[in-house]
Every structure is written in structure tokens, then in C-alpha cells.
Design a protein. Structure first.
Length: 254
């Protein structure tokens, strides 16, 4: 079974590949694309796959643009961060819709569903348009505040007050904007990445998630990585990992 993964987050793509090894050992990932442009180019080159795992939000826009520009005759499993109840209404139209972060059981069910169909049913243009319209109205509700401990007291900090998150060992912290203080939080960066607004926060590396409002300057490094300076004091050296640099620049240019 030949598979194309269209996903602009490298860690998410790696997770999909690891889960595929468990859920479909016979699957061979032919290529990974991270943008609408590259996905279209893949199919225009004449390459063929049996299944497409397609993230709805790619580096250069919504993946629905792929369907607008080429006639795609490949079964699709959508990957999305949108509300599961809205997506559930469309499950009978396509192979499946997997919510981030992807769970092994969900991918296994989707693969099993794909295998049960001797003649896969592809998405019709009207179904794509209906999904696009529904998703535009049912954006995921992102986390608004965090509960933190201060001695023997509990308090909360608004997500809008966060300058950046960072990991230190097995623990994760938030750093606030105005007071520039760090607070221990009971979530990993992987969990945070799934609940904060991706239009406001970007994971620049394995250790840092930063807020766009706090970026003062971005410099290019000799190693092709990018160095980020904040508009407030910062005890950390923030640099965008090489595999995230292009996605980061696209994110900034929205």
C-alpha cells in the first residue's frame, strides 16, 4: 500500500509514520509534502499512491486548494484540529477525519475502513465545498487560561498573557508578557501545541512555543536556522529548528 503524507508539522508527520508501522505494516510512505504547492506537484508528476493522509492546514494554505486545482482520484484521510462533532457529520462522505493529536485507535479504524472498501468512494466536489464551509464555521475552541499553583494557592493566567512556553527536562513552563515571570504548568509541549491557537503560537523547536505578539526580530543564522528575539527580556536563546524554518516564515507571513 503506497501512501502520501501531506503534513507541514514534522513532528506530526513523524508520528503518523510511526503509527502507520503499527496500524498498516505493509504501508510504504512514498513521500511527505508540507504544502499545497508540493502536494499538487506530486500528483502532476504522475506519481500514484493508494491513500493520501492530508492535513487540512498546510504551510501555504488550506489543503482544499488541492482539489480546486487538480482532479484527485485518491482515497483521502483528512487530518484536522477542528471540532470532532462537526467532523462526525461528514464521516460517511470520505474515508475518515482524524483529530490532532492523532491516536493509534483512530488511525487503525480509518485504515480498516479503507481496506474494507474494495472500490473506494472519493470525495465529490460538492462534499469538499460542504466540508470547507462547515469547517469555516466550527473552528476549534482554543485554551483560554491555565490553572497554576502558587504555594498553597491556585490562580490562573490567561493564554493571551503568555509570551512563550518552554520545556526543561520533563517539566514545562509558561513565561508571561508583562511581569516576565515563569510558572510551572501541568502539560507537555505536545499537549500545549494541540490546545493553543496555531495562528498565535508556533512551536519553533522541541523546547519552545512562542507567541507572535512577542516577536521583536528574526535573524538568519549561518546554519540556515533562524534566531528569534523577543520584545522583552528572555533568559533563553530562541532559534527555529532547521526543519521548521520554512513553516515558521510562512506562519509569520499570514
Amino acid at each position: 500500500m503506497k501512501v502520501l503524507i501531506a503534513e507541514d508539522e514534522q513532528l506530526a508527520a513523524e508520528r503518523i509514520q510511526e503509527l502507520l508501522k503499527i496500524c498498516a505494516p505493509e504501508a510504504v510512505v512514498i513521500e511527505q509534502t508540507d504544502s499545497v504547492e508540493d502536494t499538487i506537484a506530486f500528483f502532476k508528476s504522475g506519481k500514484m499512491v493508494d491513500l493520501l493522509l492530508l492535513d487540512i492546514q498546510l504551510a501555504d494554505g488550506k489543503s482544499f486548494e488541492v482539489f480546486d486545482k487538480i482532479s484527485l482520484e485518491v482515497p483521502v484521510i483528512f487530518i484536522t484540529a477542528y471540532d470532532q462533532y462537526a467532523i462526525h457529520a461528514f464521516k460517511f462522505h470520505s474515508i475518515d477525519y482524524l483529530l490532532k493529536p492523532i491516536q493509534q485507535e483512530d488511525l487503525q479504524n480509518a485504515i480498516d475502513k479503507f481496506k474494507r472498501h474494495s472500490i473506494p468512494r472519493f470525495l465529490e466536489p460538492l462534499e469538499i465545498n460542504a466540508l470547507r464551509e462547515l469547517l469555516s464555521k466550527t473552528q476549534k475552541a482554543y485554551k483560554e487560561r491555565f490553572l497554576i499553583k502558587a504555594g498553597n494557592k491556585l490562580q490562573y493566567k490567561l493564554t493571551s498573557d503568555v509570551a512563550y512556553f518552554f520545556a526543561e527536562g520533563k517539566e514545562a513552563y509558561m513565561v508571561t508578557k508583562k511581569e516576565n515571570r515563569k510558572y510551572l504548568i501541568d502539560q507537555t509541549l505536545e499537549e500545549l501545541e494541540a490546545v493553543v491557537d496555531p495562528g498565535v503560537f508556533f512551536r519553533i523547536s522541541r523546547k519552545y512555543i512562542i507567541c507572535v505578539d512577542c516577536i521583536a526580530e528574526v535573524k538568519g543564522l549561518v546554519s540556515t536556522r533562524l534566531e528569534v528575539k523577543l520584545n522583552q527580556a528572555c533568559e533563553h536563546e530562541l532559534s527555529v529548528s532547521r526543519d521548521r524554518a520554512q513553516s515558521f516564515k510562512t506562519w509569520l507571513d499570514r
